[in-house]
Design a protein around this ligand. Sequence first.
Ligand code: NAP
Length: 285
Amino acid sequence: MKKLLFLFDTDPYASVFDTVVAYDGGADRVAGYASVTPDNVGALVDGTIFTRGGKDKQSTAIFVGGSDIPKGEALFEAVKKRFFGPFRVSIMLDPNGSNTTAAAGVALLTKGRKLKGKKAVVLAGTGPVGMRAATFLAEEGADVTLTSRSQLRAENAARAIESRFGVKVKGIVGADDASRASDVKDANIVFAAGAIGVHLLPESAWQNNPNIELLADANAQPPLGIEGIEATDKGKERHGKLCFGALGIGGLKLKLHRACIGKLFDSSERVLDAEEIYALAKEMA
Ligand code: NAP
């Protein structure tokens, strides 16, 4: 029985990245669908649940992606709502790699240490990766603040996190180098989650700061989000702080993403969202 993965993407094109990782994770055939919404997903889901029975059903699975977390979450819910009784297949949510990237990053930060009570700042934390990183840090017991160039976007992201996960994070403005440097002054952990190729923090803002213990940056494309660390850093000590760059995080992210795809095909009942993916990341870190 061929392992079929149906990629439902909320963007106008189905993600190439997610397609490649789906094959590398064990799918025999990946079919990508673009601009999928809760309104048009019904017939697509029916095609996955009414075609194979019994154990064969676990060879069909669904991956929900796209660059927008709220749209992805709404689509994920619509897919699950369409399932009934045994008419279901395994499903995973990972818009823009948010769950897998943030889970890998925070799992590396928390490996062998407690984050409870630490002050964490997620720079540019309003995107998919930043919102999930802020969530996982808060779930570890850190006191989390996320920044945005806009106070409104910061507050909206914080509200969305609280409503989905029940954890409180604070949203503040970090519009330029100077304000972001001030935002991280009291932080013990800095997680940069800005858009690709966007510089967020100069080295001078962290190298002599005695509070900062851990730095992570998800952006692999120069200029990096945090100046003074390298993309390949994976627990590298710099100025007395442990640093994790995008490629250092990305190795675990890719392993985790592939492992999740593999798990979709070992049952027809897997639901892989933030909680399950983060738990697996901590096992794998
Ligand atoms: P995103 O949505 O594209 O951007 C995140 C935030 O960056 C935005 O919400 C925006 O916040 C801020 N931003 C955008 N342009 C900016 C600018 N010029 N100056 C300052 N802030 C700016 O990012 P994402 O999809 O969450 O991904 C975050 C990072 O993770 C990206 O660099 C991505 O490439 C990387 N990534 C890494 C891996 C890995 O394995 N290492 C995997 C996936 C993604 P405001 O508008 O609210 O200010």
